[in-house]
Design a protein around this ligand. Structure first.
Ligand code: SF4
Length: 181
């Protein structure tokens, strides 16, 4: 089976965003990966038990997803409810799925308090961005998954190609060693 890639469900057109919509991405790299049967898609916030639609949520005070995982920061929705536990459950589900499938590369929706990897909102619900990552992106990075956004699909493809090249080289090296014994 080819190496799998974990991807945000909303990028695959699934209507799982807080507003009930999706963010379908039609980049040719994604189309190729889908044709090759490589994509495993998941919505951390749905996995964490949140309904769709739901109020938008942000990590408080410009903190990062790693802080939420450590219990040092919270995720609040726009109505003031603390949804941190659901976000952590979603991250744990994504990590579990990635580890079970041997996933080394993920493509997650930029800007989301779960999936953002280069930036997220600052917690003020005013549209201000901070250079932090979301809760699931942080959880995946912590277990060694390379996380990219939909804006970095060529970089993600190059990373996957390098991982597969190293894997083939390692397998060939092992085979040579066992032949010489
Ligand atoms: Fe998309 Fe991630 Fe938000 Fe789910 S949690 S809707 S997959 S950005």
């Amino acid at each position: 089976m080819p190496a799998q890639i974990l991807i945000s469900s909303c990028l695959m057109g699934m209507p799982v965003r807080y507003d009930g919509g999706s963010k379908r991405c039609l980049h040719p790299v994604l189309t190729r990966w889908q044709d090759e049967g490589r994509l495993l898609w998941l919505c951390p916030e749905s996995e964490g038990g949140l309904p769709t639609p739901r109020p938008p949520a942000e990590i408080t005070s410009g903190a990062s997803g790693a802080g939420v995982l450590l219990g040092q920061a919270r995720v609040l929705d726009s109505e003031g409810s603390d949804v941190s536990a659901a976000f952590v459950r979603g991250a744990e589900a994504a990590v579990k799925a990635a580890l079970a499938a041997g996933i080394r590369v993920a493509v997650l929706k930029e800007g989301s308090p779960s999936c953002g990897s280069a930036w997220i909102a600052d917690g003020s619900f005013t549209g201000v961005r901070v250079a932090r990552e979301g809760v699931t992106a942080a959880g995946l990075k912590a277990v060694g998954v390379q996380v990219f956004s939909e804006n970095q699909l060529d970089e993600a493809a190059a990373c996957l190609a390098e991982i597969e090249r190293m894997s083939v080289a390692s397998a060939e090296s092992s085979q040579q060693r066992s032949t010489l014994r």
